[in-house]
Write a protein that binds this ligand. Structure first.
Ligand code: ADP
Ligand code: MG
Length: 423
């Protein structure tokens, strides 16, 4: 199987080989042909399997087949849940369209809207956007979606997790009824199917499940440790192991900040990434982590989802997630592109039930070790930690409770509430 045999045009094949891809990933091989045929597609495959190119390549092919070079209305809209993802998808769109005469841009909140509006006014064929800023700009009459031919909902599961259902519905009303719809998701739940039913027409459904699931190729280990000794243990592991690129997961923003500070005090360069950080701080942290100047990235689940950080040798769960599926998402960060990695969890007594749930989900027992000097506290309670700030709220949220007024103010309140509750 080659990209050429999928029917992609010459300029796209050039961009693909410049990017260094040799063969399509399984989800690309399955999704690209029906998209090229103009069909609605529902595609699911786990994080890191190349879904972005799965919709971007055929989308660019279709748009370039009948160019609108003079006046450029927005002909393709790609909706993503977070700023980072929007930026990543846009970077991909730019790369793949290098040899085509198509223009694109990206809009997201947290930064000045003026340059974004100016770029749109000049005419773009493809717009990558997060829902909040998109709706804001549309409300102000700064963009129109009336000429959209292809609509892509990327990371659809994350969209639902973050409570964007209402926003998606509003965006759909702004586009013409006759259009091609693509929905991409890492997971395939009942909620996703329900959403697909409202967005897609007669969709072709494609799925790719890896031969070796992440949990099988990743080396997993649990350190039983007293809660108060976790910081000491993680610093010891990272410094003695001389680990270079370590992604650490925390359940709360506050915990992530605190751990980050402690790492820095211990002489380990670290940065935190979560919903309360400014856009600038998040971009800087991510860039530093990718280029090696930041050794440890401390993240919350929401902030880390979908981020393209390839080939991580080490993932550490400073705290176990209270939602077992999140464990699989977290450790999946080490298994990209078939390279194996190590996933370590520091587990205190009060996380015992979380560990049990995780082992049930992945259907295997994880090896347990204890490090001398960092033993678990035999008197500690095994009662689970209270979940006031965790994701439990997110999952049990009821989107109908959300304020759906369309004044700008209520939009802002919504997003504030969102980032207050979530990573
Ligand atoms: P997903 O959206 O499924 O999580 P991405 O689209 O972010 O995955 O891709 C994950 C990584 O895989 C990116 O670094 C991307 O450049 C790379 N990639 C995508 N397609 C291919 C391919 N055909 N061959 C090699 N690498 C690829
Ligand atoms: Mg993706």
């Amino acid at each position: 199987m080659s990209f050429k045999s999928l029917g992609l045009s010459e300029p796209l094949l050039r961009a693909i080989s410049k990017k260094g891809y040799e063969i399509p990933s399984p989800i690309q091989a399955k999704a690209i042909p029906p998209v090229l045929e103009g069909k609605d597609v529902l595609a699911s495959a786990q994080t890191g399997t190349g879904k972005t190119a799965g919709f971007t390549l055929p989308l660019l092919h279709l748009l370039s087949e009948n160019p609108k070079e003079k006046y450029r209305p927005i002909r393709a809209l790609i909706l993503t849940p977070t700023r980072e993802l929007a930026a990543q998808v846009y970077a991909n769109v730019k790369e793949y369209s290098e040899f085509l005469n198509l223009r694109s841009t990206v809009v997201f909140g947290g930064v000045n809207q003026k340059p974004q509006a100016a770029k749109i006014r000049q005419g773009v064929d493809i717009l990558v956007a997060t829902p909040g800023r998109l709706i804001d700009l549309e409300n102000q009459g700064l963009l129109s979606l009336k000429r959209v031919e292809i609509f892509v909902l990327d990371e659809a599961d994350r969209m639902l997790d973050m409570g964007f259902l209402r926003d998606i519905e509003r965006v759909m009303k702004l586009m013409p009824d006759k259009r091609q719809n693509l929905m991409f998701s890492a997971t395939f739940s009942k909620d996703i199917k329900k959403l697909a039913y409202t967005i897609l027409n007669n969709p072709v459904q494609v799925e790719a499940t890896p031969e070796n699931t992440a949990v099988e190729i990743i080396e997993q280990k649990v350190y039983r440790v007293a809660k108060g000794k976790k910081t000491g243990l993680i610093i010891k592991l990272i410094s003695e192991g001389n680990w270079k690129q370590v992604l650490v997961f925390n359940r709360t923003k506050h915990g992530a900040n605190k751990l980050c500070k402690n790492m820095i005090s211990a002489g380990i360069s670290a940065a935190a990434i979560h919903g309360n950080k400014s856009q600038g701080a998040r971009t800087k942290a991510l860039a530093g982590f990718k280029n090696g100047s930041v050794r440890v990235l401390v993240a919350t689940d929401i902030a880390a989802r979908g981020l393209d950080i390839p080939l991580l040798p080490h993932v550490i769960n400073f705290e176990l997630p209270n939602i077992s599926e999140d464990y699989v998402h977290r450790i999946g960060r080490t298994g990209r592109a078939g390279a194996s990695g190590e996933a370590i969890s520091l587990v205190s007594a009060d996380e015992t039930s979380f560990l049990r749930d995780i082992e049930k989900l992945i259907d295997m027992k994880i090896d347990v070790e204890v490090v001398e000097g960092f033993e678990p506290d035999p008197n500690a309670s095994r009662e689970p930690i209270k979940q006031g700030q965790g994701r439990s709220q997110t999952r049990s949220r009821n989107s109908s409770q959300r304020n759906s007024g369309n004044s700008k103010n209520s939009n802002r309140n919504q997003s504030r509430r969102r980032s207050d509750n979530r990573g």
